[in-house]
Design a protein around this ligand. Structure first.
Ligand code: ATP
Ligand code: MG
Length: 439
C-alpha cells in the first residue's frame, strides 16, 4: 500500500538542511539514492533536486512501526518527517532521525540504467530513460549550470537595455533560403518550423533597438555529429544603431560575465564535472583573426589548404583548435558563403560577419546586417532567392529601419563545452536528432 501526500509539504530542500536546524523537525521529500540495512541500523540517502542528506534509522531510537516500515528500493519516491541532528561523519555534518515516513511510489526491482555512479550506462540507453537519467548527480550539475547560464544572460542583457522578445516558430517561408527546414501542415497550407529568429529580430531591432530572444529553432539537417541537433535552443541578439564591432564587444563581455557567474554560483557543479580548473573566466577582449589570417594559420601551422572562399572543414577546425584552444573571433568571411542579409565589407568580396570559436567548435555566427531595402533586394537576387517570397519582411525596411547588427549563440553547444561533455545530446534534456523523436 502506498501512502498519500495528504497535508504533508516539504519544509526544506536537502541543501537547506544545515547545523542551524539542529533539533528542529523538518519534512524532506525526494528519491532513495542509497539504502543500507545493517540489521538494527539502517542508512538512507535521500536525494532531491539539489543534493542529498543522510537519514539514520536506528532500532529503539525511532518508533518501531517506522523502523519496520523503513524498507526502500532504489529511487522509491518518499517523504521523511524527522529531527535534524548534528553528526560529523554524515555528509554536511547533519543527519535526520525520522519520526514518520511516507512511501509515495515504488520502483521495480531493477531499473533500466545504473545511476549509482559506479558505472555509466550507454548514452542511448540513458536517453531512452531520460526522466530517470536526469536525476543523476552529473546531470543535476549540467542542468544547474544551464540554468545559471540562462539567468546570467538575462541579467546581463537587461542591465544593458535589451528587451526580451518572442517571435513565431511557425513561418510561411524560409528564413535564409529553402534548405534545412521542417515542413508542417498549417491547416490546408504548407508552413515550416523556423530555422532562426533572424528576420523577426531584425524587424524588432527597428522598434525596441536592443533585443534578444532565447528560444527554439529547428534544423532539418541529417547530421550525425556530436555537435548538431534538429531542435536547438538559441540566444539571438540584435542591436540597432550598431555594427559588428559593437556586437563583438557585447558578446565577449556577456561570455566573460556568464562564466564569472557560473564560477561564483555553480562552483560545486563545476567541481562535480571536474571542470573547475578548465572552465575559467576568459580574458577580454578575445583575440580577433580575419578569415584570411585563419586560412593562413591553417595552411602554415596545420598544413591543410583551404581554397579562398571555401568554408573551413571540420578537419581543419580540429587542427585549428590545437593552435587556438580558447575563445577567439574569426571575422570578415567571404561574402559568397554568407546569407543575403549580411552587410558586404568595403571590398565586397568580404563581409562584415564573424564567428566566435571555442577552440575547434563554432559557438556563434553574427555580423552587420543590410538595412537598405534596395540593397537587400539585390542581395536576395544574387543569392538566387525570390524577393517576392520576402515581401512582408522587405516592407518593414520602408519604415525607417536603423543600421543594425546581431548574433546567434547555440546554448547547448556552449554548455557542452563549459561542462566538458563529449556529445551535445548530453547538454539537452530531451534531444532531437534524425533518429530520435522519443522520449
Ligand atoms: P554549423 O556550421 O556548426 O553547422 P551553422 O553555422 O549552421 O552551424 P548558425 O546558423 O550560424 O549555425 O547558428 C547559430 C548558432 O547556433 C551556431 O553558431 C551554433 O552554436 C548553433 N547551432 C546551429 N546549428 C546547430 C545544430 N544543428 N545543433 C546545435 N547547435 C547548432
Ligand atoms: Mg554559423
Amino acid at each position: 500500500m502506498l501512502d498519500e501526500l495528504e497535508n504533508w509539504r516539504k519544509t526544506h530542500y536537502t541543501k537547506d538542511v544545515s547545523l542551524e536546524l539542529a533539533e528542529k523537525e523538518i519534512i524532506l521529500g525526494g528519491w532513495v539514492r542509497n539504502f543500507r540495512d545493517l540489521g538494527g541500523l539502517k542508512f538512507l540517502n535521500l536525494q532531491d533536486k539539489y543534493g542529498e542528506r543522510q537519514v539514520t534509522i536506528k532500532k529503539g531510537v525511532v518508533p518501531d512501526d517506522i523502523f519496520n516500515k523503513a524498507i526502500f528500493g532504489y529511487q522509491d519516491c518518499i517523504m521523511i518527517k524527522g529531527t535534524v541532528k548534528t553528526f560529523n561523519k554524515a555528509p554536511g555534518g547533519v543527519e535526520i532521525i525520522p519520526t514518520d515516513i511516507k512511501i509515495l511510489n515504488k520502483t521495480p526491482e531493477k531499473l533500466p540504467i545504473d545511476m549509482t555512479g559506479e558505472s555509466i550506462s550507454a548514452l542511448d540507453l540513458r536517453l531512452d530513460n531520460r526522466a530517470l537519467d536526469l536525476r543523476s548527480l552529473k546531470n543535476q550539475a549540467i542542468f544547474e549550470i544551464r540554468g545559471e547560464i540562462l539567468k546570467s544572460i538575462r541579467k546581463y542583457l537587461f542591465n544593458n537595455y535589451f528587451t526580451e522578445i518572442t517571435t513565431p516558430k511557425i513561418i510561411g517561408s524560409a528564413t535564409e533560403g529553402g534548405t534545412e527546414l521542417f515542413p508542417i501542415m498549417f491547416f490546408d497550407r504548407e508552413a515550416f518550423l523556423t530555422q532562426s529568429a533572424q528576420l523577426y529580430k531584425e524587424q524588432l531591432s527597428g522598434v525596441y533597438e536592443r533585443v534578444f530572444e532565447i528560444s527554439h529553432c529547428f534544423r532539418a539537417e541529417k547530421s550525425h555529429t556530436k555537435r548538431h541537433l534538429c531542435e536547438i535552443f538559441v540566444l539571438d541578439i540584435e542591436m540597432a544603431f550598431a555594427d559588428m564591432s559593437d556586437i563583438l564587444r557585447i558578446l565577449e563581455e556577456l561570455i566573460h560575465n556568464v562564466i564569472k557567474d557560473i564560477r561564483k554560483n555553480q562552483l560545486d557543479s563545476l567541481k562535480l564535472l571536474k571542470m573547475e580548473n578548465k572552465t575559467l573566466v576568459p580574458e577580454i577582449p578575445f583575440p580577433r583573426y580575419t578569415y584570411d589570417e585563419i586560412i593562413e594559420i591553417i595552411d602554415k601551422k596545420c598544413d591543410i589548404k583551404i581554397e579562398w572562399g571555401e568554408d573551413i572543414s571540420t578537419e581543419a577546425y580540429r587542427a585549428l583548435g590545437d593552435e587556438l584552444p580558447g575563445y577567439y573571433y574569426i571575422t570578415h568571411w567571404p561574402m559568397s558563403i554568407k546569407p543575403f542579409y549580411i552587410m558586404p565589407s568595403k571590398d565586397p568580396k568580404y563581409s562584415e560577419s564573424f564567428d566566435l570559436q571555442m577552440g575547434w567548435l563554432e559557438l556563434t555566427s553574427g555580423g552587420t546586417r543590410v538595412h537598405n531595402k534596395e540593397q537587400l533586394i539585390t542581395a536576395l537576387n544574387e543569392k538566387g532567392l525570390n524577393p517576392k517570397a520576402f515581401d512582408s519582411h522587405l516592407r518593414t525596411f520602408d519604415f525607417g529601419m536603423p543600421p543594425h547588427a546581431g548574433v546567434g549563440l547555440g546554448i547547448a553547444r556552449w554548455l557542452t563545452f563549459l561542462c566538458g561533455l563529449e556529445d551535445i545530446r548530453e547538454a539537452v534534456m530531451y534531444p532531437r536528432t534524425p533518429e530520435r523523436l522519443t522520449p
